[in-house]
Design a protein around this ligand. Structure first.
Ligand code: CA
Length: 232
């Protein structure tokens, strides 16, 4: 699989930005850079960016705002947030704004490369041996164009949300442990915690369930994880 991609790094600290750029270029990514959120959004609007590495602390518009705008206008772009170690709550807020993953500063650039590759896999993965169109109840999933519909209305899913739904719909009735979802979706030994799964599930429920607080499709398996409802 072709795992190259166009990456944008948005970070005001030049030394970190250059450090990330050099390391990503060494891993064969095409890298653009921006020092502010406004500049970053401009680049995304005018070029073909697959994935944004987005710092939270930025002058002017902060990373959360940029993430929110990106999600509204470019739901299928990958987003990895950079958060400071002292601000634990930031990563959860970032995930709630729709980030696919996060890195805590200071980080090992090789780990960032791994996370980027994993996310690009979610964005670009060709689906082998699976029909292009999957119907399930009111839902239709087009695995080729990566579009998702409920009662023929399009629902914008992030790359990570799309991968989770695909896993669920392919395995109705099967309970997945949070750690298993982490491994299958994030695709490596994830060094964070499984809250990232819970946040994504919560967002997915708000997008696809009739009553997100009383979910019918994505069931909670207490003490374990989640399960897609078995076909009625
Ligand atoms: Ca910064």
């Amino acid at each position: 699989m072709d795992l190259t991609g166009d990456i944008l790094i948005v970070e005001d600290e030049e030394s970190i930005r250059k450090f990330v750029k050099i390391n990503l270029e060494r891993a064969n990514f095409l890298v653009k850079e921006a020092g502010t959120g406004e500049e970053g959004l401009e680049i995304v609007r005018n070029s073909d960016i697959d994935l944004v590495v987005l710092d939270i602390m930025l002058p002017g518009m902060d990373g959360f705002e940029v993430c929110k705008i990106l999600r509204e206008q470019f739901p299928r772009i990958g987003i990895i947030m950079l958060t400071a170690k002292s601000q634990d709550v930031d990563r959860i807020i970032g995930l709630e704004h729709g980030a696919d993953d996060y890195m805590v500063k200071p980080f090992n650039p090789r780990e960032l490369v791994l996370r980027i590759e994993s996310l690009l896999r979610r964005i670009k993965e060709p689906i082998n041996g699976v029909p292009d169109i999957i119907n399930y109840g009111p839902f239709t999933m087009d695995t080729y164009s990566r579009k998702f519909y409920k009662n023929n209305n399009g629902i914008d899913l992030t790359p990570t949300e799309f991968s989770i739904i695909k896993l669920f719909i392919g395995n109705p009735g099967r309970a997945f442990h949070r750690d298993e979802i982490l491994n299958l979706i994030w695709g490596y030994d994830f060094m964070g915690d499984s809250k990232i799964v819970d946040v994504n599930i919560r967002r997915l429920r708000s997008k696809i369930e009739d009553e997100p607080s009383n979910p019918h499709y994505i069931e909670t398996v207490w003490g374990l994880g989640y399960r897609w409802v078995d076909k009625d």
